[in-house]
Design a protein around this ligand. Structure first.
Ligand code: 9D3
Length: 249
């Protein structure tokens, strides 16, 4: 639900998500809230009661838009569907994270409500919204890009959307460690050589090196994640020896 539906369809249509839509793995409908206004000038906002700067989006177009979407879902499912979760994108929401994406990927239907500049009449939020979500502590101009980010993160978890199953499973955030560095041909570029161990063909050594790199890289770049990573006793001992080293990578 948005005032700028083409923003969503244009951006997501050309991505991996677009391919998944063509294959019928997911469906995406960007619904224009303005299509549900009863105002003869097609207005969807008005001045705030109590005064103040800016405009406020009215409850009626949003709630009617929501009811129309519910009707479509019922038609598709051939029965009265249970109420889908309605996610309102707002800087005041819970901050989006991978666990939330995994949980939302289990849902059959999701509705995203995007605001823009102005706020939304609180009564519309009280009537239809089930989740308030932000994508982080920085200020954007609207909820469309946050919705797209959520849709992308959730859709790639739907079976079949990614090519190989592994890519969804062995993940940066799965075990709270960052990925190891990767190299391809040539062996030397601008005087910089590929780490010798990767050319050795010694698979156990390569695996051990990659694990080390993941741990060191996480310590350097995302120390906040390291505290939640599952490291073996041996790895924790080994890591202690790097404790006083400031610049490794
Ligand atoms: C300062 C009062 N508000 C302006 C009327 C704050 C405000 C509301 C809405 C500022 C920006 C926005 C537009 N942003 C979003 O709708 C939004 C958002 C964001 O800005 N950052 C992170 N996550 C999100 S989710 C939706």
């Amino acid at each position: 639900m948005t005032l700028f539906p083409e923003m969503i369809t244009n951006a997501l249509g050309t991505s991996i998500i677009g391919r998944a839509m063509e294959h019928g793995l997911i469906g995406l409908h960007a619904v224009n809230i303005r299509d549900y206004t009863l105002d003869k000038h097609k207005r969807v906002d008005d001045y705030p009661y109590g005064g103040g700067a800016g405009m406020v989006m009215q409850a009626q177009p949003i709630c009617d838009c929501y009811q129309a979407i519910r009707e479509e879902i019922s038609k598709k499912q051939g029965r009265k569907a249970r109420s889908p979760r309605v996610i309102y994108l707002t800087p005041q929401g819970q901050v989006f994270h991978q666990k939330m994406a995994e949980e939302l990927a289990q849902e059959e239907e999701l509705i995203f409500l995007c605001g823009h500049y102005e706020g939304i009449d609180e009564r519309a939020l009280e009537l239809i919204v089930t989740d308030h979500v932000s994508i982080g502590d920085y200020v954007l101009t609207g909820g469309e890009m946050p919705a797209m980010i959520m849709i992308d993160a959730i859709s790639r978890l739907v079976p079949g959307v990614l090519n190989n199953k592994e890519s969804a499973e062995f993940e940066s955030f799965q075990d709270n460690l960052l990925e190891y560095p990767q190299y391809t041909r040539p062996e030397e570029y601008e005087g910089k050589r590929v780490p010798e161990v990767l050319l050795s063909g010694h698979h156990a050594k390569i695996e051990a090196w990659r694990r080390e790199q993941s741990i060191l890289r996480t310590k350097e770049r995302r120390p906040d994640l390291l505290s939640q990573a599952k490291l073996s006793e041996k790895e924790q001992e080994w890591l202690k020896r790097w404790e006083d080293v400031d610049f490794v990578l």
